[in-house]
Design a protein around this ligand. Structure first.
Ligand code: MG
Length: 372
């Protein structure tokens, strides 16, 4: 029996994690749940899974046998075997730091924390004997391809669905609504990542995330548009051989990989893959004229220092402004670019510099729209 904590339990990856827990009541026990403001769903989850602890950003205090606790304290409990970090955005950092310093296995769906501080987090895993298991589907695919290999790959190829506006010219997107941008063609995910998919900033984050996780240079990572979302990533080795990981675009698969690692357990609740039903698979280059966030994000995000932290904070703010109707979809790259131009370079930033920079970029951006 594995004792797990699910942070972000009411979000997309959180609820899909709990779907899997329902399928494996003998193997997994919910030790703790962490939620933001969705108190109604959290209460339902507490009633169903009877965790020992919970955290929330509401006034909910102890409820039906579960005790309120801060997420940073919940994750370090000696009884915890695995922490699923399914929060979104820069707020996920503190519990991840606490869990890694306590030697825990962290299943990480929150890509922003890796973007902000990947090398620092990797160092923590070495210093404290902890582990980061990727849950994001593309890094999970790379991880599954390189497992058991003894040499560093020559190249990683990450696939992109292209998001809600794939195939459309950037100039044609001036009037698109948040509702339209939230209609992802293949993956069911939370709002922040779905907007990041539409701008392709999500792929910038995955390049940074994969570079840090697998300790491979940014220049050895390519991104291709693959609209079917069947091949999640490919890895090319020194001898020219290429491995791909594929399957239906369903987050239950990468979540289950992390929950049960290193074991593979049969789950009849998941759909069986059928290559004939999957049909033709196509791969195309990114149309850079219609992906301004991709070019700009890579330019800043791969500079080192605290640049990627600033990028994560500025992007989070821009997405929030768009979802709240304060800026247009096509303004997102300019809004981020303006904040990045105001970032003061920091040489060899500490972890508190990295956190501070992301908070600064978020607030600096929101403040320009009186939106804090
Ligand atoms: Mg992904």
């Amino acid at each position: 029996m594995k004792n797990i904590v699910v942070l972000g339990s009411t979000g997309s990856v959180g609820t899909q994690t709990l779907d899997l827990v329902r399928s494996f009541p003998e193997e997994i026990n919910i030790f703790g749940l962490g939620a933001g403001r969705n108190e109604k769903l959290l209460i339902k989850q507490i009633n169903e899974f009877s965790p020992k602890y919970f955290s929330s950003n509401t006034d909910l205090k102890d409820h039906s046998g579960a005790s309120f606790i801060k997420p940073e304290e919940m994750v370090i409990s000696p009884e915890v075997d695995l922490v699923m970090c399914a929060t979104s955005g820069i707020i996920g950092m503190d519990p991840v730091l606490a869990a890694l310093k306590a030697g825990k296995v962290v299943a990480l769906a929150n890509k922003e924390v890796l973007v902000m501080a990947g090398p620092y987090l990797k160092q923590l895993t070495k210093d404290y004997g902890s582990k980061i298991l990727p849950v994001d589907s593309e890094p999970s695919a790379i991880w599954q391809c390189i497992e058991g290999e003894s040499t560093i790959p020559k190249r990683l190829i990450i696939t992109a669905s292209g998001g809600a506006f794939r195939g459309r010219k950037w100039q044609s997107l001036a009037d698109v609504s948040p509702k339209e941008a939230l209609l992802h063609p293949t993956w069911r995910m939370g709002a922040k990542i779905t907007i990041d998919s539409a701008t392709l900033m999500n792929k910038v984050f995955e390049v940074i995330e994969s570079s840090y996780l697998f300790e491979i240079g940014f220049e050895k990572i390519d991104v291709v548009i693959h609209k079917q979302s069947i091949v999640h990533a490919m890895v090319e080795f020194l001898d020219g051989s290429v491995k791909a990981q594929l399957g239906w675009p369903n987050m239950h698969h990468p979540i289950q990989r992390a929950l049960f690692y290193p074991d593979r357990i049969e789950n009849p609740a998941l759909p069986t893959f059928n290559p004939i039903e999957a049909g033709s698979l196509t791969f195309e280059p990114i149309d850079s004229a219609s992906a301004p966030c991709f070019e700009m994000g890579l330019k800043y995000g791969t500079r080192g220092g605290a640049w990627a932290s600033a990028l994560a904070g500025a992007d989070e703010a821009a997405v929030r402004l768009f979802l709240n109707g304060r800026i247009r979809f096509v303004d997102i790259p300019d809004v981020i670019d303006l904040t990045m131009g105001r970032h003061n370079e920091i040489q060899e930033p500490s972890i508190s510099d990295l956190k501070h920079t992301a908070d600064w970029a978020l607030n600096d951006t929101l403040a320009r729209y009186d939106s804090i």
